[in-house]
Design a protein around this ligand. Structure first.
Ligand SMILES: [Zn+2]
Length: 226
């Protein structure tokens, strides 16, 4: 199995689904992270220097998660104006032949993320299903898949901390809050989970075999004497 994550910025894969990358790897899946932009607008640095720095940070983080990395280096903040991006992404998907695409949700808060979402659907076409990642703090996102990342939260934090130029402590803290909340939604208060959404579409109505295990749900015990 091959999972392709299509993410807008160099730290997105680690922040939004770093734990699930580790879970897919444990399932034996190959994971390829495609980063659409060079991240050159993510801070008060010289854009060229920042792009170089963020590229090195992404390489280090992908190594932590044992994932392949492809950096497409489109200009940060300008994805929605780029017709070339959609063509390039489709070419990459045709080449990689992933069984599952993971991308930002269509209603994500960030314009670059929404551009990734739309281009991912075009690139996937009938070739593979698309799974949406939980946006920052989960605003207006109704998940229908959860992945138990309790055993991978430490690794996820190590990957996030590789992005030193982005003040990563803040993102580690947010990932803890959101991970706890998503796990608690499944009935496990002391775990961590990442949430996803798949909108069933022909011919991908059932994608359960492609998703790592959810938090263990508490079974309902039926008392036969009542
Ligand atoms: Zn981003």
């Amino acid at each position: 199995m091959h999972v392709a994550l299509i993410m807008a910025h160099p730290d997105d894969a680690d922040i939004y689904c770093g734990g699930s990358v580790a879970a897919w790897r444990l399932m034996g899946a190959e994971v390829t992270i495609l980063i659409a932009t060079d991240g050159s607008k993510g801070g008060n640095f010289n854009p060229e220097d920042l792009a170089k720095l963020r590229s090195e940070e992404a390489i280090a983080a992908a190594r932590v998660l044992d994932a392949n990395l492809i950096q497409l280096n489109f200009p940060d903040g300008e994805l929605c104006q780029s017709e070339e991006f959609s063509v390039k992404l489709t070419t990459e998907v045709l080449r990689l032949k992933p069984n599952l695409l993971v991308a930002h949700a269509p209603n994500d808060y960030h314009v670059d993320h929404r551009a990734v979402s739309s281009a991912s659907l075009i690139a996937a076409s009938f070739r593979a299903p698309v799974l949406w990642v939980d946006p920052m703090m989960g605003n207006d996102f109704l998940p229908n898949y959860y992945v138990d990342i309790s055993q991978f939260q430490d690794l996820k934090e190590q990957a996030i901390l590789c992005h030193k130029s982005q003040g990563p402590g803040h993102f580690v803290e947010m990932s803890r809050v959101q991970g706890r909340f998503r796990s608690a939604q499944c009935g496990r208060l002391n775990g961590f989970a990442e949430a996803f959404r798949h909108d069933p579409i022909h011919p991908f109505a059932d994608i359960r075999s492609l998703i790592p295990p959810p938090p263990q749900l508490k079974p309902i015990v039926v008392n036969s004497s009542t």
